[in-house]
Write a protein that binds this ligand. Structure first.
Ligand code: URA
Length: 274
């Protein structure tokens, strides 16, 4: 069978699966099936790709131009979470109380991506449970979203950076494959990235978050909206108006993509002038 035939089959399986399980279509998964013959040839010459290695990083960067990591059908959120809890690939693991794999529903409408756990998250092993988490929950709730109902919340790095500093390059480089695998399994309809670190890594840019926020991008064909990090909003209340604009934009986009969400939020969208 040719790679193109296999890609077409996978596309139709995904279409059927998405329609049956959630009522919305999220057909972004890019498979990289090869022709049977080509695959055998490749086997003889290909180097193994170590997650988080330079080779893997190169694959990730070129992802939007066509080379996609091959989706592992046996991967699961539980398996990834187990590996995260056992991980000692960077210096953050030595100081953690708990790793924080993430939480929420599988097949979410929205995957929220923060930077890394803080002290509260490290103590509990859960994402966004401190003050910033309280604000994040309110932001989500304002447009009919929650981690219990239709979101999954994760971070770029899964262990707490000391003194809440930004994750360093080597730390995010060895950790990012966990998030990539979570995305492959979760198949979120859209991604909401919080703050400069998260947007910068996913979009491979150094642009400031003030410039990035509010404008829709693509991450591996998934619509991605960067917005301010709730910790920043707690420090500068004036920015909340911009964050509300972003949440309204997210709400409108979800209503276009998911008839179920559109129906559930119909009244809310009228009353909140979305
Ligand atoms: N800030 C983050 O970026 N992530 C968390 O989980 C908590 C605070």
């Amino acid at each position: 069978m040719t790679g193109s035939q296999k890609n077409t089959l996978a596309y139709f399986f995904d279409l059927a699966d998405a329609s049956l399980s959630t009522g919305y279509h999220n057909l972004y998964t890019k498979y990289a099936f090869q022709d049977d013959a080509a695959k055998n040839d490749a086997k003889k010459t290909a180097d193994p790709v170590i997650p988080g290695s330079t080779i893997d990083q190169e694959n990730r960067k070129s992802d939007d131009s066509g080379t996609a990591p091959v989706f592992d059908a046996d991967d699961s959120l539980e398996k990834i979470a187990g590996e995260i809890r056992m991980c000692s690939a960077c210096k953050l693991s030595a100081q953690r109380k708990n790793a924080v794999p993430g939480e929420g529903i599988s097949r979410p409408l929205v995957l929220v991506v923060g930077e890394g756990p803080g002290a509260d998250e490290d103590a509990l092993g859960r994402p966004f449970v401190g003050r910033a988490g309280g604000l994040l929950d309110k932001m989500l709730e304002s447009i009919g979203l929650s981690r219990e109902k239709n979101c999954f919340i994760a971070n770029i790095v899964k262990c707490r950076p000391p003194n809440n500093r930004d994750p360093e390059n080597d730390e995010s480089t060895v950790c990012i494959h966990f998030l990539e695998r979570q995305i492959d399994v979760l198949k979120p309809l859209v991604i909401l990235s919080l703050g400069k670190i998260s947007a910068g890594l996913l979009l491979n840019t150094n642009e400031s978050i003030s410039r990035l926020r509010g404008s829709w991008k693509l991450y591996r064909r998934i619509p991605l909206l960067p917005t301010f990090h709730p910790s920043y909003l707690l420090r500068d209340e004036h920015q909340k108006a911009f964050a509300w604009e972003d949440m309204k934009s997210l709400c409108r986009r979800l209503a276009e993509l998911s008839p179920l969400y559109a129906a559930e939020t119909a009244e809310l969208r009228v009353s909140r002038k979305i």
